[in-house]
Design a binder for this molecule. Structure first.
Ligand code: DAH
Length: 335
């Protein structure tokens, strides 16, 4: 046999080895089958690749180089085929079906409470700790609860049809939660310590700080000897607890028909360059007590009504009230 024949036979055998090895790994369907193919081809002692390597010794020195190069390539190809086969049989059937259960899962996007609801819940919690219970009243109110019992006479500008949503039959969408003060006092004797939270409606032009519908928190405390000092203490404590110790509030003399004296309460806005009205407050007017059958010689009380949107905006540094109503999840997901 000539040298050329020996080399070409050896190369042809290498070719055949590669083909049958790839086929064996390619057809193996189980871990055991892959292992059997590994022993047959890549086994360190008696594997067919090992034998092909031994054959190098029997070749003439001139043929060794070419055979060696080809041998290395075949060995590498079969190692790759072995690895592919291992990965393939280890993959669960779900992967073959296109579902890779070993991939990290996709976290579902959970919803959460709207920032205004969160604010309302926090206010209920805070005032609860000050001893205030929660009262409720209807959004469709009668004129007596929205105005008359609150000492707001027919001639008062607050009753202007341009400033209210009147409905048929002497009813309206309530313009303030002060209505609930009346409902509570009509239904229970003093002492009273309640808050009421809910929607109010006014035909205001919408801008960054106004809306035709917004939320208020109303507070009412009636007992023997309640004073303006109690009112200021409660509101200051509340502002500190809800907005932070560094938040400044101030009281300005004002007028409301249902309180005497009356104040407006402002808070220093985030940024610190302007005061924004937080709401109104005052000592319950004797006429209001008379309207619900309380004796103004016996008890005194304070009341306040604050805008919930503005509290929420101040707390979170929000600058436009409209963001709270647009239901944009990019905005809402921040709270
Ligand atoms: N109801 C008033 C408003 O909506 C706010 C208010 C002022 C409520 C004084 C009160 C109060 O309870 O005492 O503008």
């Amino acid at each position: 046999m000539s040298t050329a024949d020996t080399l070409s036979t050896a190369l042809a055998d290498l070719e055949a080895l590669e083909t049958s090895g790839k086929a064996a790994f390619g057809q193996a369907q189980t871990g055991d089958a892959v292992e059997a193919a590994r022993i047959e081809f890549l086994g360190l002692k008696q594997g067919r690749v090992k034998s092909a390597q031994e054959r190098l010794k029997s070749l003439e020195s001139g043929a060794k180089r070419e055979y060696g190069q080809r041998f290395n390539a075949v060995k590498q190809a079969l190692e790759v085929a072995w690895n592919d086969a291992k990965t393939r049989v280890e993959r669960p059937a779900s992967v073959a079906a296109g579902i890779d259960v070993t991939l990290p899962g996709q976290k579902p996007r959970l919803g959460h409470r709207h920032p205004l609801t969160q604010t309302a819940d926090e206010l209920i919690d805070l005032f609860g700790r000050f001893g205030f219970a929660v009262a409720r009243g209807p959004e469709v109110e009668d004129v007596r609860h929205n105005f008359e019992a609150l000492n707001i006479p027919l001639s008062h500008p607050a009753r202007d049809p341009l400033d209210n949503f009147y409905l048929p039959g002497g009813t309206m969408l309530r313009s303030q939660t002060s209505t609930v003060q009346i409902r509570v006092m009509e239904n229970q004797p003093p002492p009273v310590r309640v808050i009421a939270i809910g929607r109010v409606y006014r035909p205001d032009t919408v801008d960054a700080t106004h809306s035709f519908m917004f939320h208020q928190i109303e507070g009412l405390m009636v007992d023997k000897g309640v004073t303006m000092a109690d009112l200021k203490t409660v509101l200051r404590l509340f502002a500190e607890s809800y907005l932070g110790k560094d938040v400044q509030i101030r009281f300005r003399p004002s007028f409301f028909p249902f309180t005497e004296p009356s104040v407006e309460v402002d808070m220093l806005w985030h940024g610190g360059d302007r005061w924004v009205e937080m709401g109104g407050a005052g000592m319950v007017d004797p006429n209001v007590f008379r309207a619900v059958g309380y004796d103004p010689e016996e008890v005194t009380g304070f009341a306040f009504g604050l805008g919930i949107e503005r509290l929420c905006m101040r707390r979170h540094g929000i600058d436009d009230i409209r963001l709270l109503y647009q239901n944009d999840s990019r905005f809402l997901s921040q709270f």
